[in-house]
Design a binder for this molecule. Structure first.
Ligand code: FE2
Length: 278
């Protein structure tokens, strides 16, 4: 079986989105698209001015947004009438399908906010489907624990810990992994998947070949392979995310991601004429 090595190490760029929320963007800038992943943002700060504006009402079409809160609270509201509060450790997996208009606002006035938002592309046949939500409370997320590591399974399966997201077209794997210094994390990934690691904290080495040390808030694009071996140089925390590529042409228009430019224009037109929400 083929060992997985590092393809590219990327330092996120500082960006601002919504009403001035400061974030670190990696996928969506470099690489622009890592099929099926469209965007990866790490948001978070101890300074409320960096997040308090939140994300006031905005539309989406043709994508899935997966929000994972590590610290802090977010309040969510949308055009389907859904409303909810996310707390530390919770996940919101939203399939926007044909379209929703939603807001995501911090439900806190001070303290630390930290989390991730991942955008996953939807295939043409699902882009105009009905919007669908999955709220996963932290205590419903199965976690593998042993003396060397902790693996929180948001999607996929690690040992006996099984993710809630089932029957998904990209067969997603989304793990939050913590490994102790000098210990290892080994996992088999499907050969045809695109996979990456996002190092949140610590220092790790991936595969067998030497490469420069990788430190905090770094996107690590992995080469295709089956055997993933990660060693922790210090106590480390990272996300492992993997999915089957969709392989379709995409057209982007801000919060809309479709297959063609004319479908983007149609989304913009519908949004402005008030016929966007189906
Ligand atoms: Fe959004």
């Amino acid at each position: 079986m083929k060992n997985i090595e590092v393809s590219k190490i990327i330092n996120p760029v500082s960006a601002s989105d919504g009403a001035g929320v400061k974030l670190k963007r990696s996928i969506g800038v470099d690489p622009d698209y890592f099929d099926p992943f469209l965007m990866l943002d790490e948001f978070g700060s101890e300074n409320k001015d960096d997040y308090i504006g939140g994300f006031p009402p905005h539309p989406h079409r043709g994508i899935e947004t997966v929000t994972y809160m590590l610290e802090g609270e977010f309040e969510h509201q949308d055009s389907t009438g859904a409303k909810g509060k996310m707390s530390s450790g919770d996940v919101q997996w939203m399939k926007t399908g044909s379209g929703i208009i939603h807001s995501e606002m911090p439900a806190m006035n001070e303290g630390k906010l930290h989390g991730f938002q991942l955008w996953i592309n939807m295939p043409a046949k699902l882009k105009m489907s009905k919007p669908n939500y999955l709220y996963i409370d932290s205590d419903k997320i199965q976690t593998h624990r042993d003396d060397e590591k902790k693996v929180k399974v948001i999607a996929g399966k690690f040992e006996k810990a099984d993710g809630i997201v089932k029957g998904h077209n990209i067969k997603p794997i989304y793990f939050d992994v913590e490994i102790k210094k000098d210990k290892k994390f080994n996992f088999h990934l499907p050969l045809n998947h695109n996979s990456f690691i996002y190092l949140i904290d610590g220092e790790i080495k991936i595969g067998n070949k030497n490469h420069n040390k990788i430190k905090n808030s770094t996107l690590i694009i992995l080469k295709n392979g089956e055997n993933l071996n990660v060693s922790a140089i210090s106590n480390s925390k990272f996300l492992l995310i993997s999915g089957k590529p969709i392989g379709e042409q995409i057209a982007r228009g801000g919060p809309f991601v479709m297959n063609t430019k004319s479908e983007i224009l149609q989304a913009v037109q519908e949004y402005h004429s008030g016929t966007f929400v189906k």
